[in-house]
Design a protein around this ligand. Structure first.
Ligand code: SF4
Length: 422
């Protein structure tokens, strides 16, 4: 038993509520357990209990042992005066330390619920409820996934809101930054974002009619042109960048930030930067187009870009690839961008405009895209979850990263349902 579990059992009345008595022998009826308080102060407020013939309304404190009252220093704390009930699992002292009715719950809680909880939190399995979540109804899981998706977007879009506020509500800028971070995918998201932030969007926009200049700006600001090259192409980029850097007083990012290790060459940041430069070159009013798109089919042509010709035969400067091929942005990468940038930015825009239709459209877009493929999603699939679309994979990532991995099963609807099952 621990305090969190006891709080949970109290909150959801998961104990035998019949025949309760305080330690001084008075009949006790719990009319309402109260509201859980996650801040300082007693654990529950506005509880309603009937002790003997008297109905009391107020705070309830929960402890595993009654002696915890002293250990936690509540004796002299004015916030703990006026409790209506002290609930404990076990009474280990002779005299109640407070002038408050005390309820001991150990005899009212079944061993099986404690065992189920113990199974969830004392396991080394990647998914603590593996083999148990099947008992939870599909409709319950779907409702929980919707809330998790909302929670994920709330966290993500909170940060984007700050970026937007810092750029005087310039949506074009926000899209530029977020697309850049997305082109870095998981491994190079940070240097890619820093690269975009080091190069105000107006500068590449001014050079859109010359791909060589655009690439010079992006590769130069990435710090990747600071070498002695043998190929003509990077030498030309160097020359262009030298001029542009002075013209705009640019300062490149630290090239040591870029990671190439353990990556498939097609995902190397060099290839992604060339693709990003191609996207910037061909985009016209990209933000407006993205806001107006209704489907994946409409988005695909907007992101159908490929790196310039030099990259057909290279993955890095001065190094000829064994097998040459055009380096187009692949379908999986585009779907990743839809999930991580386009749908969220549509949702943020809809929220700022307070437009329900647009909000729905952003969610539908996520449901239209296949689920992401990564280590965490594979864990869910191996454990019997049918992960079909991007909305589900995003919600399950949130669940795994924020609840399962830290065993917050008591705060999870699936955990609740498992514990509630007879
Ligand atoms: S947090 Fe929920 S989904 Fe994750 S392991 Fe616990 S009960 Fe299962």
């Amino acid at each position: 038993m621990n305090e969190k579990l006891l709080q949970f059992l109290w909150q959801h009345s998961l104990y035998n509520t019949v025949g309760l008595r305080t330690i001084s022998g008075e009949d006790l009826v719990v009319i309402h357990p109260g509201r859980l308080n996650r801040d300082s102060g007693p654990d529950f407020s506005e509880a309603r209990v009937k002790v003997g013939a008297t109905t009391l309304v107020g705070n309830v404190e929960i402890h595993v042992r009654s002696s915890d009252w002293i250990k936690h220093g509540h004796d002299d704390d004015p916030a703990y005066k006026n409790l209506v009930l002290h609930v404990v699992f076990e009474n280990d002292i002779d005299h109640a330390p407070v002038n408050t009715p005390v309820l001991v719950l150990s005899h009212a809680i079944t061993d099986s619920i404690i065992a189920k909880y113990s199974d969830l939190v004392n396991t080394d399995m990647q998914l603590p409820c593996a083999g148990r979540h099947q008992v939870v109804k599909t409709i319950t899981k779907e409702g929980w996934l919707s809330r998790l998706l909302a929670e994920r977007w709330e966290q993500k879009l909170g940060e984007w809101n700050v970026l937007l506020n810092n750029s005087a509500d310039d949506w074009r800028n926000l899209l530029y930054w977020r697309l850049a971070a997305n082109f870095g995918f998981k491994t190079n998201a940070t240097p890619f974002l820093l690269l975009a932030q080091s190069l105000p969007i107006n500068i590449p926009t001014r050079h859109k009619d010359d791909l060589m200049q655009l690439e010079a700006l992006f590769f130069g600001q990435a710090g990747m042109l600071d070498e002695d090259f043998t190929d003509d192409y990077p030498r030309q980029l160097q020359k262009e960048y030298d001029y542009l850097r002075k013209k705009y007083s640019l300062k490149p990012v630290n090239k040591a930030l870029w990671k190439f290790m353990r990556m498939r060459p097609a995902n190397f940041p060099t290839v992604r930067i060339a693709q990003f430069a191609a996207l910037v070159q061909r985009s016209v009013h990209l933000f407006s187009q993205i806001i107006e798109t209704h489907s994946v089919k409409e988005i695909l042509p907007l992101l159908d870009v490929k790196a310039s010709e030099y990259w057909d035969a290279h993955f890095r400067f001065d190094s000829v690839a064994e097998h040459g091929a055009s380096k187009a942005l692949g379908r999986t990468s585009i779907e990743n961008i839809i999930i991580n940038t386009i749908a969220p930015i549509q949702f943020l825009y809809a929220s700022r405009q307070d437009t329900e239709v647009l909000r729905e459209r952003a969610l539908q877009l996520l449901e239209e895209v296949p689920a992401e493929e990564n280590k965490i999603i594979r864990i869910w699939q191996e454990n019997g979850w049918d992960v079909v679309n991007g909305a589900q994979s995003q919600a399950l990532l949130q669940l795994y990263n924020n609840y399962c991995s830290s065993k917050r099963c008591l705060e999870c609807t699936i955990g609740h349902n498992i514990l509630r099952q007879a």
